[in-house]
Structure formats: structure tokens, C-alpha cells
Ligand binder design. Sequence first.
Ligand code: HEC
Ligand code: HEC
Length: 597
Amino acid sequence: MAPMRALTIGLLVALAGCSQSYTIDGVDPVDPTDPVDPTDPVDPGHLTPPPISGGHMELVHGGAFAIIADPDRDRLHVADLDRDTVRTILLEPGDEPGRVVEDTAGRVHVALRRGGAVVSLNADTFAIQRRRVVCANPRGIAHDPATDEVLVACAGGSLARMGAGGGAPSLTFIEHDLRDVIVSGDRTYVTTFRSAELIRVDAGGIVDRRAPRVDTHFMFQPEGEFEGTFLPNVAWRTRPDGAGGAWMLHQASMTETVNVTMEGYSLSDLECETGLIPVSLTHFPADGAPTTRRFKSAGLAVDFTVSSLGFFVAMPSEITEPGGGERSPIIPEPGSVFIAFSQWEDTGNPCLRSTQREFVGDEITAVAMNGGQFLGWDRLEARVRRSGESDLRAVGQPTVDDPGHELFHVGTFAQMACATCHPEGREDGHTWDFSDVVRRTQTLTGGILGTEPFHWSGDQADMRAIMDETFTRRMSAPLLDDEGITQVGTWLDTLPEVASPARDHAAAARGEDAFVSEGCVDCHAGPRFTDNRSVDVGTGGAFQVPSLLGLAVRGPWLHDGCAESLGEALAGCDGAPHGGVADAAVRADLVAYLETL
Ligand code: HEC
Ligand code: HEC
């Protein structure tokens, strides 16, 4: 039996002349009298959705409108919250719009994650006013009222600044793998995605950097309890606290040994009942030590908002109970959770429990709070859900349901999804201690089908082996049939790697030549820079030749994460240069080249 969503969505399209209506199985039919913008695209087809990135909705004009960047459909939706209408604006196919910000003049700016640009909308009509190319992978976006500039954090490592009203961007390299940029009080911060750092920047560059503290707490496993150490990582979303500090929604990964046995990933934290990778919220005051709380029973949490009422967290999926039989379908329980704010300062309790659940059953990937009302974007049904009020549906939208995407993001009984360790299909930057081996998580971007066998030692023959071993055995999820396995593999194979710019073009050009002349191509061959063999290059055994695509943003490097920099990876952690390149200057050129792959 194929894995299925609790709610199977089928889109039946009936086109008659230029009027359209369609029904969604199991959901109220769309009211044909719903206001439809006449320019609305009418092409309900099926699109392959990108991985969930979260946090792509903002309230603008004092809460009168919600602007939703729809990364699944390459569209923007303008929800008029007073008139209850939704208007859709088409972007280019593959743009993958993400973060949204409003400037002080009421213009709206949207970062296009794959489109490599920022689109700016007119303050009155929300029509697209201009599109500016910024960098390969824009992520965070902010407006600095002091300079009236739009700031864009690029995953490749640059921070771009450009006039809110127009003008070309100027870019400064800060650090690879940037995520958010925020302006809080008179301070500007960027964050790094996988290492979850909050980096304060000014016109001169980096001022200082902070990270959530390393946490220790007791964990339970059948053999007994032990104290676990948790390294903060994967900062999905960071927001200003308005007083010079910031809130960060992130994960943390355990450094102690994880048994790769049956249900091995299902350890439990005694205090908060969180798992191996607690979903955490950290407050960084402008000055002083950060404080962190863990969410009880969280799956994957990708967005949050905060107000005097509390936190509202987007968890596109929560925990899946293991099915009764071996082949029982997965029943995801997606939904968002509201957490009471008062728990933060008052009790000092490290655990955050949901006191109110909203929009259970939906895949909410972006949230906002409008006064006392919660808003959540339900990605599958293209609607803004509102507490205490009817939904606002964007009509005429292509469906984006994808079983492979679903399986990758579903929260399992182990309180994690594949996307927890492989955020956005990448990797968590964590080096895991698995019983008898130490293994840095591998990225799944750049195309994985055809690079079998999998894992550093090549011990997993194919996707079937990965899903049986990781999903079913370690993560305690039901066994998948062939169709489900194929769906995961096919979807994963669509994920592009994150590109980084050349920082020194001359050195990168020399490095490209050296890559061939030094014989790197003997193993790192072809478009993915791997010949898929397992080779002993003196690092402690035979390991799969890794693909080098997206290399710059996936440190630490080598199978055991021993190299903190690419230079170190080539110099060799134990001093024997990788690929036999003894000349440090040639290695520096190679690094300049490798960073651009
Ligand atoms: C606890 C963290 C964790 C979770 C959860 C996890 N992975 Fe991984 N993944 C890893 C690590 C670590 C490796 C490298 C393991 C090794 O080499 O032994 C890896 C490797 C892989 C690879 C091999 C890539 C290659 O190029 O060889 C694939 C494919 C993969 N994971 C897919 C998945 C899927 C699908 C899921 C969900 C069913 C998943 N992973 C869940 C940590 C995780
Ligand atoms: C004989 C085959 C072979 C040759 C030649 C070779 N490599 Fe590798 N390379 C590997 C293997 C195997 C690994 C993984 C080793 C490990 O993780 O312990 C690796 C790892 C790497 C990594 C780290 C990737 C990661 O994801 O952590 C980089 C970077 C790299 N090689 C670059 C190069 C460059 C540059 C050259 C040429 C100077 C080169 N390699 C030559 C086989 C080779």
C-alpha cells in the first residue's frame, strides 16, 4: 500500500468557457462566488515542491494584508484581511520565493531563494515594481530604517545592501551558509543556518558572534539514563526582539553515542520528553547570556512568531505514531502549536509545552499573529487559516502534494523527520557518533540517484536500504513499499545544491586547472565530481568518493567531520595531504575553486 496523507487531496478541474470551479476531495468545495482576481492564473496542474524552508508570510500595512510568498508554486498571494480576498501574483517558474519584508514606505520586498533576486512590490497596488538580481541563493531579508536599505542574506555567504526605492545591490562577504538578516533596535545581525550563530555586523563587517549555549540534560534509553550534551544547530528562523536582541528557532543535536539499532533514534529526554534533536527556542538579549527552552514532542518546526500573547510556532508535521501492522500507512498529524509566553521568564522551566493547538491537520509552514488572531499558511491547500474566522483561500492554484516530499518531512515516533538531520535536503553540520563509527551527515542535494551505494562507507545499496534502515528501523516509522521508496528517491533527486560565489577569480581559475593536473578528477569525476567508488585515501578506511557540489556550505568536511575548513580537508586532518598535494599554495588555489562548485 502506498503511504498516504490522512487527507488525500485530489483536484478535479472543470473548465467551462472562462469560468472555473474545482473541488478538493474531503474539503468543502470552493465557492465559485469567491472573489477571483481576473488576472488570476488558471492552470491547476501539479508542481514538484521544493523542501520546506518555512517563514514566508508577513503582515503588512498595519495588519490589513498578509503577503504570502508561496515557494511551492512560485507565486505571491496578497490576502486582504479586511475584505477577505486573495490576489495572486505570478513569478518566474523556479523562483521559489521565501522571506518577505515591508519597508517604512509600505513597499514589500521578497527574496527569491532560487531566482537569485529580490522583487519589490508597489506600496499601494502590490504590483511588481522591480526585480533586482542579488546573489545565487537569497535567504533572509530585512529593512534598515536608518539607511532605508533592504538587506539580503545570501546562503553563499554575502550580505547585500540596496536602496529600498531602487539601485543596485552592493555585496560584502560575511560567512558561508547565511540564513536570516534582522535589524533589532540599532543593531544588525545575520545568522548562519547550520551552525546557528547570531553574528552582529556593521558597515565594517563582523562585530561579534554568539550562539545558543551547549545544553546538557538527562536522557533515557532502555539500558538506563545518561547525561546528554546537545550542540545547537540548524537555525530555521530568527526574528528581532525589538530591543537590540533576537529570538532564534533552532535544533540541537546530541553528541553522545546513538545506537543504530531498532528504534535507536527514539531516545527520550527525561525532563521535557524531547528526543535526540530537541526543537529549541533561544532568546538573545541585546547584552547578556542567551536562554533556551525545548519544545515537548515536536516534529519539525520551521517558523515562529512572537507577541505579548506568546509564541506561535509552525510545525508542518508533528509526531506519527508507529502503525499497527508492518505495512500500515503513515498517519501524519501535521499542525501548528501555540506556546504560552508566560512560561519563558516566570518559571525558568526548560520545557515549553503547547497550551493551545491551532490548525491541526494542516501543513502550516509560515505563521503570523494579528492582534490576538493566529494566521497560518497551509501550503497544500493554498489558504490562510485564521483562528476564530474563516479561511482565505487562494483559488486556482496548482496542487503541490508529493508523497516523497511528505515522507521526507513527516515527524516520526522518534520525534524527528528526515528533514531534521537533512534540513532543506542538506545536512545538519553535525558529526554523529553511531555505536562504532563517527559520521558527518551527508547532503542530499545535487542529485543522489545514480550515486549509489549510499553512506560514507557505501554500506547502503540503494534507497530501499536507506529507508528500511533509517526510516523504519532507526526512526521507528512503518516499512514502505516500493512505490513509497521510489517517491522519496525521485523527489530527493530534484534538490539543487547551494551555490557559492568565487571570492578570488584568478585563484579559482588556477585551482580549476590544478584540479585536473593534480589528478583530483581520477576520483572526483563527472558532473557530480564522484565516480561512486569507495576508496581508501588514508583517512581510516575505504569511503565513498563524495560529490563536491555545494561543497562550500557543508562543513565540517570528511567522513568524520575532522576538517573545520576546506584548507584543512586538503591538508589532511592527520597531516598527509589529500590527493597528495604537498604545495600549500596549490591547495589554496584548489580551495578557491572548490568553493565555487
Ligand atoms: C539522526 C540524523 C539523520 C536522520 C534522521 C536521517 N539521516 Fe540520512 N544521513 C545521516 C548521516 C549521519 C548520514 C551518513 C551516514 C553514514 O555514512 O553512515 C546520512 C546519509 C544519508 C544518505 C546517503 C547520501 C549519500 O550520498 O550517500 C541518504 C540518501 C540519506 N541519509 C537519506 C535520509 C532519509 C531519506 C532520511 C529519512 C528517512 C534520513 N536520511 C534521516 C543522518 C540522518
Ligand atoms: C583516489 C581517489 C581520490 C582522489 C585522487 C582525490 N580524492 Fe578527494 N576524496 C576522496 C575520498 C574517498 C574522500 C572521502 C574521504 C573521507 O571522508 O575520509 C574525499 C574527500 C574529499 C573532500 C571532502 C569532501 C567532503 O564532503 O567532506 C574534498 C574537498 C576533496 N576530496 C577534494 C579533492 C581534491 C581537491 C583532490 C585533488 C587534489 C582530490 N580530492 C583527490 C577520493 C579522492
